[in-house]
Design a protein around this ligand. Structure first.
Ligand code: FES
Length: 59
């Protein structure tokens, strides 16, 4: 997975940022949103965040 791929444009959150959170135990969409703010503005990236979490957990 490309860790530099941008997932949330509003808050400049990348796959790598989400990976860091998943590795420290934040595995739900709500937790990722709390930790990174990703998906809390335009919400256009919410589906991408969930897909990224799912892919990281499947690794
Ligand atoms: S792109 Fe993530 S909240 Fe807008």
């Amino acid at each position: 997975m490309d860790l530099n791929k941008k997932i949330c444009y509003c808050f400049n959150v990348t796959v790598g940022d989400i990976k860091k959170e998943v590795e420290t135990g934040s595995t739900t969409l709500a937790e990722i949103q709390t930790e990174t703010k990703a998906g809390t503005a335009c919400k256009g990236c919410v589906k991408r965040i969930q897909e990224t979490i799912d892919a990281l957990l499947a690794e």
